[in-house]
Design a protein around this ligand. Structure first.
Ligand code: NAD
Length: 252
């Protein structure tokens, strides 16, 4: 049987690394993409040689073209693309400089657009799947996320655009929106106050794990989801479900 190949961006750590490991456990090969060379190289040594590291920046159109060429020449095919690379910065609207806005958009939004577009020819061949990583912050507005939240809301909509257009090639596109997971990205922006407010507002009352997110990503890339496209799935401990009143209505 032909071994399937997934391209995972932001694979050097966090959710991307957990996704790499899960796909490999499930018998896939993985092209691990990251712009952090040393971290990527160290991470790739912790997984089997079914994973191949590729150091590229997904926000740079020229690098994305080179990346797709390199991955295809090394691994021969692409069955799934997981657009996971992301950056975060939490700042008030008034203090968000244009440079910060662009820094967030160029990875979180431009990167998803560029990588998806460049991999369409390969995904057509396999009737493959795209999974974009959004965020709970793209589903609901909250303070300090004018750039991050807007980038993720745009990724959610881009997923629907991709599903609408690429369905005729048999390519599916879905979006996973994680709630809080204790990765390097989250810990850089989640203050103790934010953590305690989150825990209070989430029905499951805890952070998720990288693996809990990667299970949803893997399902959406697998044949088990062969009739699922254009969907936005929150893996968030129920965060998106609740509005006002959860802490006040708890029994204790
Ligand atoms: N951790 C959370 O609580 C949380 C919640 C919601 C959504 N997310 C989303 O999940 C995804 C993964 O986040 P994480 O928490 O694992 O983050 P992380 O910071 O642990 O890992 C992100 C990886 O992406 C890489 N990266 C960043 N920009 C890149 C670029 N332009 N090109 C190539 N690689 C790049 C980084 O080097 C890093 O290795 C992100 O899209 C993030 O927005 C995370």
């Amino acid at each position: 049987m032909t071994q399937k190949v997934a391209l995972v961006t932001g694979a050097a750590r966090g959710i991307g690394l957990a996704t790499t490991k899960l796909f490999i456990d499930q018998g896939w090969k993985v092209a691990m993409i990251d712009r952090d060379g040393p971290e990527l190289s160290a991470a790739s040594k912790t997984v089997s040689d079914a994973a191949s590291p590729f150091e590229y920046d997904v926000s740079d159109p020229a690098q994305v073209d080179q990346m797709v060429e390199a991955v295809l020449s090394a691994l021969g095919r692409l069955d799934a693309v997981v657009n996971n690379a992301g950056v975060a910065d939490f700042l008030p609207v008034e203090d968000t400089s244009f440079a910060t806005w662009r820094r967030i958009m160029e990875t979180n939004l431009d990167g998803v657009f560029l990588v998806s577009q460049a991999t369409i020819p390969a995904l057509k061949e396999t009737k493959g799947a795209i999974v974009n990583i959004g965020s709970i912050s793209g589903l609901r507005a909250s303070t300090l996320r004018v750039a991050y939240g807007t980038s993720k809301a745009a990724v959610i909509h881009m997923t629907k655009q991709q599903a609408a257009e690429l369905g005729e090639y048999g390519i599916r596109a879905n979006c996973v929106c994680p709630g809080p997971v204790k990765t390097k990205l989250a810990m850089a922006v989640h203050s103790p106050e934010i953590i305690s407010a989150y825990l209070d507002a989430m029905p499951l009352g805890r952070y998720g794990t990288e693996n809990e997110i990667s299970e949803v990503i893997h399902f959406l890339c697998s044949d088990k989801a062969s009739f699922v496209t254009g969907q936005i799935v929150a893996a968030d401990g129920g965060f998106e479900t609740t509005g006002v009143g959860l802490p006040a209505l708890r029994r204790e």
